[in-house]
Design a binder for this molecule. Structure first.
Ligand SMILES: *Cc1c(COP(=O)(O)O)cnc(C)c1O
Length: 414
């Protein structure tokens, strides 16, 4: 009989509040901190911001934001104003007085009626249209000079900060090239605005050879040349690896911080941040030909052992992993067989040691020596981003302490 190789995992969860949980999501904050440092170094002289939209890609912005702030990250990007308010509050609670040094940019910009939210929580809109620019500029000029006497041209104390998003080819958010040139011809529209950044966003940064990359960069340069000077920002995670031409003054990594490979054609330069284990709740021996799961899509033709694990599509274990997913039990690959249901998956554990597959044993579903998050995404027919942001709320979340990593972690060459 082989040794019970699952006992190490079992022991490592003993005594934690999640001991009774059906699945454990481990978030390695030390690896996340190391990833921030790798990206900062990669960015050379450019400042390294952090994109923490989507609750830090599902990992918890209330954990990730303060961690990165303590590591020296000063600039954060969120999508929604509500995310910005929540981030400001968690920074205030955890980082204390210094929280106000953190600049929080709201990528979706500003809608009429939300101006006071931006002011009250010290949020900076990324202005995406001329209408948003006019709205914020009016607000700013009214602040600087409530009587309207000397608003125009003001740029110092009291001017409201903003970034301006130039759309260079995605046709999603930001000023079109025509709008940018219209603004260049009427720069007084910017009066009252403290223009912190001109930004744009690449459509194909994860494909280093794609013609869109230099095209977007060149259009970005042309539009910037026509507009009043301001620091520039273009690079998401993948674009950091396109070279220093793409770094400008500030880089905006998101997914790479969280361990997803920003260079899909090459080995992952990032450390793994997310690991997911599901706990076996039942083992079924099949000794005659039988089906497994909804739709009877899987038919066992001989004696097999099927383990049932309480992780399903309601937990972000995507239904497209039906018959495709791969777990690992005691070092042995164990395929997901049959459909992923809402709360459960079934794995064929026949190849695993007999005494490893028992109720309570943990099956690696993401990372930890099993499949990487990128591999899981590939099996699901999607990208790491979607797996990350779908990670369920029913998992017991276990954050590994980051203190060991602060400043000194050996992260290897990238
Ligand atoms: C989401 C986002 C990012 C971060 O992208 P990653 O690919 O996750 O690094 C950067 N900039 C903008 C405008 C974004 O919307």
């Amino acid at each position: 009989m082989s040794a019970r190789t699952d006992t190490d995992y079992t022991r490592s969860f003993a005594g934690v509040p999640g001991a009774q949980a059906g699945a454990v999501l481990e978030i390695d904050l030390a690896a996340l901190a190391a990833n921030y440092q790798v990206l900062s170094r990669r960015a050379g002289t450019a400042e390294c911001a952090a994109v923490v939209k989507g609750d830090a890609y599902g990992l918890g912005a209330d954990q990730v934001g303060p961690l990165l702030a303590r590591l020296g990250c000063r600039t954060f990007f969120v999508a929604h104003v509500g995310e910005g308010i929540a981030l400001r509050q968690s920074l205030r609670q955890t980082v204390g007085q210094d929280h106000d040094r953190a600049e929080i940019y709201v990528l979706h910009g500003i809608l009429p009626g939300t101006e006071e939210d931006f002011l009250a929580h010290g949020l900076i809109p990324v202005l995406n249209t001329l209408e948003q620019l006019d709205l914020w500029a009016r607000k700013s000029r009214a602040q600087i000079s409530p009587t309207g006497a000397s608003g125009a041209g003001a740029s110092g104390t009291g001017a409201l900060a903003a970034a301006l998003h130039l759309d260079t080819g995605m046709n999603r958010l930001g000023l079109s090239a025509d709008d940018a040139m219209a603004l260049a011809a009427a720069p007084a529209r910017l009066a009252g605005i403290d223009l912190r950044f001109l930004i744009s966003h690449l459509a194909c940064a994860d494909q280093p050879g794609h013609a869109m990359n230099p095209e977007q960069r060149q259009l970005f340069d042309r539009l910037r040349a026509a507009l009043p000077p301001a620091p520039a920002s273009l690079a998401n995670s993948s674009a950091i690896f396109l070279g220093s031409d793409y770094h400008y003054d500030l880089v905006r990594p998101g997914v790479a911080l969280y361990g997803v490979n920003p260079t899909p054609a090459q080995a992952n330069p990032m450390r793994e941040v997310v690991r997911l284990w599901g706990k076996i709740i039942q083992v079924r021996e099949i000794d005659t030909p039988q089906c497994v799961g909804y739709g009877a899509t899987h038919r066992a033709t001989g004696p097999r052992r099927i383990a049932t694990v309480p992780v399903g599509y309601a937990d972000g274990y995507l239904r497209s992993l039906s018959g495709q997913g791969m777990g690992r039990l005691a070092g042995i690959s164990v395929p997901v067989v049959g459909r992923v249901s809402m709360d459960l998956i079934t794995l064929d554990v026949t190849e695993a040691p007999l005494d490893a597959a028992h109720p309570g044993a943990l099956v690696e579903l993401i990372g930890g020596g099993g499949e990487t998050i990128d591999a899981v995404a590939g099996r699901a027919g999607t990208i790491g981003y979607e797996i990350m942001t779908a990670l369920g709320r029913r998992y017991h979340r276990r954050y590994l302490d980051a203190t060991a990593a602060a400043g000194t972690e050996a992260v290897g060459d990238v």
